[in-house]
Design a protein around this ligand. Structure first.
Ligand code: TTP
Ligand code: MG
Length: 348
């Protein structure tokens, strides 16, 4: 069964910026970023013209402007993006019931039931999005989610790429470890210090080595760096909560450092929340792991994920042990609307 899966990962190109360019022709040919003023002064995304100047998502606006003085900055119109996202999803649903959205602009589709060539189906779906919504997208095609997602970035923008089963080994061997889900800049840097930049090099590490170093995530890494992924496409997955956590390279011993980390994790959380559609919140929580691996968490009801509240939660959790802290996590619980699934973002 697993052998025959046909998985697509479809992702809109510079989504918010593409919508703005579609709706305002005067923006054509100009470097455009969406974000700023009403947000926390960072770029949510920018078009490919702006990327040529080094402008990137999550970059503070003042730096983006310095990199690209002609940058046109546009306020996000979240309602418009959400509406378009729904329309794109309805196109996906006309091809398969097995659609798993990851954020407003990307989703996995399992089209294993179809006798058609998966690459052709991907091209057709992208064409339909282009014709009906006048927006460009890219697709990855493969036999599992991991490979499909990596592949969708390969011919971006406005392109698609397929990794077939026999090509897996050679594809993974040369793939930078930073392309693996969950390997953030910090972890990539720490691996680079140990001479590991490619998945092929990481494959040399034994399962027990990886688990000793990275715990549960180590065993996922062992599989991911080989292109192995058995996760099914999970339709109708409605997240119950969203959390961001960070394992410290150096244990935290004092409050100043703790609050600094809380601030960083908080801004990541707010960004991910907005990005995933900004659903209503009804609770906030914080988790702490101490140096002896004991864990504690605190939660509170509330609809506003304010930094201040998280600081208080973390303070309360931290006061439960005098030990230094090795991990801090912050999260929000979403207001009622159904099914259960959690999304965790390791911030390694
Ligand atoms: P992405 O798919 O990561 O980025 P993108 O669609 O803008 O560009 P690409 O062509 O590389 O796919 O994210 C989708 C949307 O989510 C993006 O248009 C804006 C929003 N977003 C943020 O608000 N903050 C962020 O840090 C990122 C990465 C995205
Ligand atoms: Mg995108």
């Amino acid at each position: 069964m697993v052998e025959s899966r046909k998985i697509l990962h479809i992702d809109q190109d510079c989504f918010y910026a593409a919508v703005e360019m579609r709706d305002d022709h005067s923006l054509r040919g100009k470097p455009v970023a969406v974000g700023g003023a009403s947000g926390r002064g960072v770029v949510a995304t920018c078009n490919y013209r702006a990327r040529e100047f080094g402008v990137r998502s999550a970059m503070p606006v003042f730096i983006a402007k310095r990199q690209c003085p002609d940058l046109v900055l546009i306020e996000p119109r979240m309602n418009v993006y959400s509406e378009i996202s729904r329309e794109i999803r309805s196109i996906f649903h006309s091809y398969t019931a097995l659609v798993e959205p990851l954020s407003l602009d990307e989703a996995y589709l399992d089209i294993s039931h179809s006798k058609r060539d998966a690459f052709e189906v991907a091209a057709e779906i992208r064409q339909e999005i282009r014709e009906r919504l006048r927006l460009p997208s890219s697709a990855g095609v493969s036999y599992n989610k991991l490979l499909a997602k990596i592949a969708s970035g390969w011919n971006k923008p406005n392109g698609q790429f397929e990794v077939k089963r026999p090509e897996t080994a050679s594809f993974m061997e040369k793939l930078p470890v930073s392309q693996i889900w969950g390997v953030g800049p910090r972890m990539a840097e720490s691996l680079a210090h140990q001479g590991i930049t490619l998945c092929g090099q990481l494959q040399q590490w034994s399962l027990s080595d990886l688990v000793a170093r990275y715990g549960k995530f180590g065993s996922s890494l062992y599989e991911m760096c080989r292109g192995i992924d058995h996760r099914p496409v999970n339709p109708n997955r409605e997240r119950k909560s969203l959390s961001v956590e960070r394992t410290m390279t150096d244990l935290i011993e004092d409050r100043t450092e703790l609050f600094l980390q809380v601030e960083k994790i908080h801004s990541k959380l707010v960004e991910s929340h907005l990005r995933s559609g900004g659903r209503n919140v009804d609770g906030l929580f914080a988790k702490i792991k101490f140096s002896d691996f004991t864990e504690t968490s605190v939660s509170v009801k509330g609809t506003r994920p304010a930094l201040e509240t998280f600081r208080n939660l973390v303070e309360e959790a931290a006061s439960r042990s005098p030990k230094p802290i090795r991990l801090v996590g912050l999260g929000i619980r979403f207001a009622e609307s159904g099914r259960v699934e959690q999304l965790e973002l390791p911030l390694l």
